[in-house]
Design a protein around this ligand. Structure first.
Ligand code: ACM
Ligand code: ZN
Length: 502
């Protein structure tokens, strides 16, 4: 077996003569700066291959060495009969190299021994942002599930976990100064279940635990607090922040709701300020996602306070309040040393309130928003629902498949995703990468989530990591057959039907 079938496919792979053989698993050792990464991978392997702890074949070693002249996430891996050497400039590079090896070990550890063909690999990512978003509002996923998912993402060299923490159907972030956000906003009445309340929130301890767990796996956790729309849970807790005063409730219906934060009420910035302080304390990532999607304007149009605000600032219409709010939120984050990200709606109606260039735009309604943003000098993350990035859509058009009705997105669609497609070469550098999103209105259990995520996220991981010239769907499909067995070994539920394509 010369091709080791890893996903994503490495940038450069040279088969070499010979075979590396080891009884048990090789010991992993290396420069002191890689101590923590090595420890994490040792634990992963002890868990993945319980019959053989790392070091049981200690006559052979994986040696991790620091190189100064390599890109941050790159690694070089050399498998020789006498041992395995891995070089990288950073923990990130070394971790990626060890995950490639982890994939091979999952497939090749048999009969109490490991046998790998000799190869030389030079590997590096195509894009710096390779993400996945989980909506924990529509369904409140547990911390152990989130950790399992982050570990599996990191197996594919994905490096961002975008944590959608708030929406109409539940607020999941504790904010000391606003205790009702969690006391009231985290629970919703489920009318289908005799009005029982469901939901929950992550404690500060939970969040720190997830962030640290992810960091050890070289995954950055980027929190999202969706403002000023998708605000039913906030309004249920603090009705004075809405235009009408309510009554409001944490929604158990799905859709877009007309009640949004009142742009004429300074209290919404006081709340945002407390929320951002909390996020700055809990999340080391430089990025905070402020949402901004699907805001309806009819409440603002009918609200005297919003109209007064429009006049005060000299805007021409209540619609312009969205960009005015975005601008203020971006500035508040800048003051806290953070970079704001917004869904592509934030670009609309911005003639009067120009958005600061440091705002990163996440393009979800196709790629047009991303293209426009890159022309206007913003950095962009591509996650178009038209190109395989929406993992809540059905894999195939089959009434027995879970997921969004009427919408499908195949493994092939995910594989075909190309963040810079249609982007002028001058703007290509603005494209940070892309990500897959799982909205959870219909995905109400971690096991269902896994079925929606895998293997489409494997396809997206390759689209975001592997050089474009090496992308080949037939080759990916062949490797996927081997790879899905690895994911089985990790206890991950997967879709196994048609991959779609031509
Ligand atoms: C979105 O899908 N509403 C960003
Ligand atoms: Zn209002």
């Amino acid at each position: 077996m010369k091709d080791l079938h890893s996903i994503p496919k490495p940038a450069v792979l040279h088969p070499q003569e010979g075979v590396f053989q080891c009884s048990g698993l090789p010991e992993i050792s290396g420069d002191g700066c890689f101590h923590q990464v090595i420890e994490v991978v040792r634990d992963q392997l002890a868990h993945d291959v319980p019959a053989a702890s790392p070091g049981s074949g200690s006559e052979k070693r994986i040696i991790c060495t620091k190189a100064l002249d390599m890109e941050e996430e790159a690694y070089h891996l050399q498998i020789r009969p006498e041992g395995i050497s891995l070089t990288g400039a950073s923990e990130r590079g070394i971790y990626h190299g060890l995950q490639t090896l982890r994939q091979w070990i999952l497939s090749a550890y048999k009969d109490r021994g490991l046998s790998l063909p000799c190869v030389a690999i030079e590997d590096y990512p195509r894009f710096p942002w390779r993400g996945f978003m989980l909506d924990t509002s529509r369904y409140f996923y547990t911390v152990p599930f989130i950790k399992k998912l982050i570990d599996a993402l990191s197996l594919h060299h994905l490096n961002v976990f975008h944590w959608h923490l708030t929406d109409d159907q539940g607020w999941r972030l504790p904010v000391d100064a606003y205790p009702l956000l969690t006391e009231i906003g985290s629970k919703r009445q489920e009318h289908r279940f005799k009005g029982r309340y469901t939901g929950g929130f992550y404690t500060e301890g939970d969040i720190r635990d997830v962030v640290a767990y992810a960091a050890r796996r070289q995954v950055e956790v980027v929190p999202e607090v969706d403002l000023p729309g998708h605000a039913s849970a906030i309004l249920a807790a603090y009705p004075g922040l809405g235009c009408t005063g309510g009554p409001y409730r944490v929604e158990d219906r799905f859709g877009i709701f007309e009640d949004v934060l009142c742009a004429g009420n300074d209290g919404i910035f006081e709340l945002s300020s407390a929320v951002f302080d909390t996020l700055a304390t809990l999340f080391p990532s430089p990025y905070v996602h402020i949402g901004g999607d699907e805001v309806w304007f009819n409440r603002w149009e009918a609200c005297p306070k919003c109209q007064r605000r429009v006049q005060e600032i000299g805007l021409s219409s209540p619609r312009d309040l969205q960009s005015w709010i975005s601008m203020r939120l971006v500035r508040m984050l800048t003051e806290r040393g953070k970079i704001a990200i917004g869904w592509d709606e934030v670009l609309e109606d911005t003639e009067q309130c120009r958005l600061p260039k440091e705002l990163v735009v996440m393009s979800w309604r196709g790629t047009e928003g991303g293209k426009a943003a890159s022309k206007r000098g913003h950095k962009v993350i591509m996650t178009p629902n038209t190109q395989g990035c929406y993992l809540d859509y059905r894999h195939v058009d089959d009434p027995e498949e879970p997921g969004q009705l009427f919408l499908t997105s195949s493994v092939y669609d995910a594989y075909s995703m190309n963040p810079v497609q249609g982007i002028h070469s001058e703007q290509a550098a603005a494209i940070m990468g892309g990500q897959g999103n799982l909205w959870s209105e219909l995905i109400y259990a971690g096991k269902f989530a896994e079925y929606m995520i895998f293997p489409r996220i494997c396809a997206l991981a390759e689209a975001l990591w592997t050089p474009l010239s090496l992308k080949d769907f037939d080759d990916f499909s062949r490797r996927l057959q081997v790879h899905q067995k690895r994911l089985d070994m990790l206890g991950i539920v997967q879709y196994r039907g048609s991959l779609g394509g031509v």
